[in-house]
Design a protein. Structure first.
Length: 323
C-alpha cells in the first residue's frame, strides 16, 4: 500500500487541531481541499479516521492507532528530504504548535511575500527543535530561548521578533467580566485556571516566574483534552479565569470575554537558526520577519505596564534596536 504524504500530513494536522477550518488554515489549504485529502486517505486505508459532529472532530479508534505511525512517517520523510537537495527544497520551520502565535506571524509574512516557500512542522516545544536545528533537519524554529532545561547551544543564533501579550478569558457572567482590564493581583484568591497544566519547559518556567512575581496561584484542577475543551469549560462551567496568547484564535462563537492583564505579561517569541551555512531562503525570512516586526510593532512594550521574566528583559530590549 502506497501512502500519499500530503494526505498523511493533512490527517496529522487535523488530528492535532480537531478542527477542519483551523487545520486547513495551518496548511494554507481550502477546507474543501483538506477534506478531499483526508477522504482519499480513508479510502486508501479502507477505514474512517475521524468522527465528524456539529461541535467537534474526534479520532476514531483506527485514527488513534494510526496517528503515532503517521507522525513517525512524516518525521522520517522530513529527515530524508533534509539530507538531500537542500538548495531546492522549501525552508523548514518549526512553529511548535499550529495554534500558537508563530502561525499568526507566518500568515502575516506570507501576505507580504507570497513566494516564500516554507514547510511547517510542529514539534510541540522549543527544546525538541534544538537537535534538529543543529543537525540541519530544521532550518529555523520559533520559541522562547530562555527558561529551558539547558542553555541555548553556542552554534545557534536567535532574534526576538514578537512580544505576545497574554490575555484573560472568562465567561461574560463572571463578576470580573465588567472590568476593562484585569489586574493580576485580583487573581490572588482564585488563581488562574489551567486544567491539567502541562507543556514545554520554556512555557512552564514562564508561568512559574509570572505567578511567583504577582503572587497568583495556578489552579490545575480538572481535565482538559485540548484548547477547545478548556474554552468550553471556561464558558459554561464553574466561573474561572484562564489565559491565552493574544495572537491565538479563541473560538469567537463561545462569546468569551477577553480582557488585557495589568500589567501585561509579554511572551517573547524568537526566531532561532544555526550559524554558518544556511538555507538560501533563511536570510530572506529573517529580513522579512525583522522588517515586519518593526513596521507592525510586534515588540512594542510599555515598561510601566508590561512584564517580562528577568531573563527575557535584555533580549526584548535588543529586539527594539536590532536593524
Amino acid at each position: 500500500m502506497d501512502l500519499d504524504l500530503a494526505q498523511v500530513r493533512a490527517f496529522v494536522v487535523t488530528a492535532e487541531h480537531r478542527h477542519f477550518g483551523r487545520a486547513a488554515q495551518a496548511l494554507f489549504l481550502t477546507q474543501q481541499a483538506l477534506s478531499k485529502r483526508i477522504r482519499k486517505l480513508e479510502d486508501t486505508l479502507a477505514t474512517p479516521l475521524f468522527l465528524r459532529t456539529p461541535r467537534a472532530v474526534e479520532l476514531t479508534a483506527d485514527g488513534e492507532r494510526f496517528l503515532p505511525h503517521a507522525r513517525e512517517l512524516l518525521r522520517v520523510a522530513d529527515a530524508a528530504v533534509a539530507a538531500v537537495g537542500a538548495e531546492d527544497r522549501p525552508l523548514r520551520l518549526d512553529v511548535l504548535d499550529f495554534r500558537l502565535s508563530p502561525m499568526f506571524l507566518l500568515r502575516r509574512l506570507a501576505e507580504r511575500e507570497p513566494g516564500l516557500e516554507i514547510d511547517r512542522v510542529a514539534g510541540g516545544g522549543f527544546a525538541a527543535a534544538v537537535e534538529p536545528l543543529l543537525s540541519g533537519e530544521l532550518d529555523a524554529a520559533f520559541g522562547r530561548v530562555t527558561g529551558g532545561e539547558r542553555p541555548l547551544p553556542d552554534e545557534l543564533e536567535h532574534r526576538v521578533v514578537r512580544l505576545e501579550p497574554l490575555v484573560a478569558l472568562l465567561a461574560p457572567e463572571h463578576p470580573m467580566a465588567v472590568q476593562d482590564v484585569l489586574r493580576l493581583e485580583d487573581l490572588r484568591a482564585d488563581g488562574i485556571w489551567l486544567p491539567g497544566l502541562r507543556g514545554p519547559a520554556e512555557w512552564l518556567s514562564y508561568l512559574q516566574a509570572m505567578c511567583t512575581r504577582f503572587g497568583v496561584p495556578i489552579d490545575d484542577s480538572g481535565v482538559s483534552y485540548d484548547l477547545r475543551h478548556t474554552l468550553e469549560q471556561t464558558r459554561y462551567g464553574k466561573r474561572r479565569v484562564t489565559l491565552a496568547g493574544a495572537d491565538m484564535e479563541l473560538a469567537p462563537e463561545l462569546n468569551l470575554k477577553v480582557l488585557p492583564f495589568e500589567p501585561s505579561p509579554l511572551f517573547p517569541w524568537s526566531l532561532v537558526w544555526r550559524r554558518g551555512k544556511a538555507h538560501p531562503a533563511l536570510r530572506r525570512l529573517l529580513a522579512l520577519a525583522g522588517r515586519t516586526s518593526r513596521e507592525e510593532d510586534w515588540c512594542a512594550q510599555d515598561p510601566e505596564h508590561a512584564w517580562l521574566p528577568d531573563d527575557d528583559v535584555s533580549l526584548a530590549a535588543a529586539a527594539r534596536t536590532t536593524p
